[in-house]
Write a protein of this length. Structure first.
Length: 259
């Protein structure tokens, strides 16, 4: 089964995470906080299991040879573990990272899903993991926000912005180390090259790859995607104030109707 952009499946990927997250919120809104947390943990563990099966399939297809793709340091793969420890530790900073950073980028991966068109079929763990994995990140994070686990403040925005900067710098170093040690390219956090069919391609074209010793880096591209990241995080910081207004309005209407 081939994937096609702007097909029924693509529209389903784009729209359904919001509907499913809201249904989960409605279904469990009267449950205890611990019950809501267990639902979040269950969904995250399912997503990690899906990622594990995806990596096992890739490992077998590649002839049981290690490759950097098997290490879950890509933004959306990494998001699973951010959410896992956020729910497990009830960590506000990790919940902030999930909402302000992982959520928008996971959704962009659903919106700009050009890479799926290169799959000969999406009826395998790799194809299913891409679609369902990205959808789950959006669903779980929105469910966490609707359920009151995520509290966004200006201080939280700056904490997340600093953490994102650190992760980008580390990912660039790791990409270069893997290239030198294993002669195998990795592209964690897209610092090596842009994902085809995304706005990152334009940012990449603004600069050139330069060599600093044995390291290779497109400095202009790195700066551009960092700025893009800051703006995206800030937009979701602003958007975080609108969700509570809608939820409170819905709850007030619901309470009025039951009187």
């Amino acid at each position: 089964m081939k994937f096609h952009l702007w097909s029924f499946l693509h529209y389903f990927m784009i729209i359904s995470p919001f509907i499913i997250a809201y249904i989960l919120y409605i279904a469990y809104k009267d449950k205890s906080e611990d019950s809501k947390r267990k639902i979040g943990l269950f969904l995250v563990l399912f997503s990690i299991l899906l990622l594990l099966f995806r990596n096992i399939e890739i490992f077998i297809i590649q002839g049981f040879i290690f490759s950097p793709e098997l290490i879950p340091l890509q933004i959306c793969h990494f998001a699973n573990f951010v959410l896992l420890f956020a729910f497990y530790k009830r960590d506000d900073t990790l919940f902030g990272l999930a909402f302000l950073f992982n959520l928008p980028l996971a959704y962009l991966s659903l919106l700009f899903a050009d890479g799926l068109e290169h799959y000969s079929s999406i009826l395998n763990f790799r194809g299913v993991a891409y679609i369902l994995g990205h959808m789950l990140i959006v669903i779980i994070t929105l469910y966490a926000y609707f359920s009151g686990f995520i509290h966004i403040t200006l201080k939280k925005y700056f904490q997340v912005a600093k953490l994102v900067t650190l992760l980008y710098i580390i990912s660039s170093v790791v990409n270069n180390i893997f290239r030198l040690l294993f002669n195998s390219p990795s592209n964690y956090f897209y610092t090596e090259h842009p994902e085809p069919g995304t706005p990152l391609e334009y940012f990449y074209s603004l600069g050139n790859v330069v060599e600093i010793g044995a390291f290779r880096i497109n400095i202009i591209y790195m700066i551009a995607i960092l700025l893009f990241g800051y703006i995206t995080v800030y937009l979701f910081y602003l958007l975080s104030f609108e969700f509570p207004k809608y939820i409170n309005k819905h709850n007030e209407k619901e309470n009025y109707e039951t009187i």
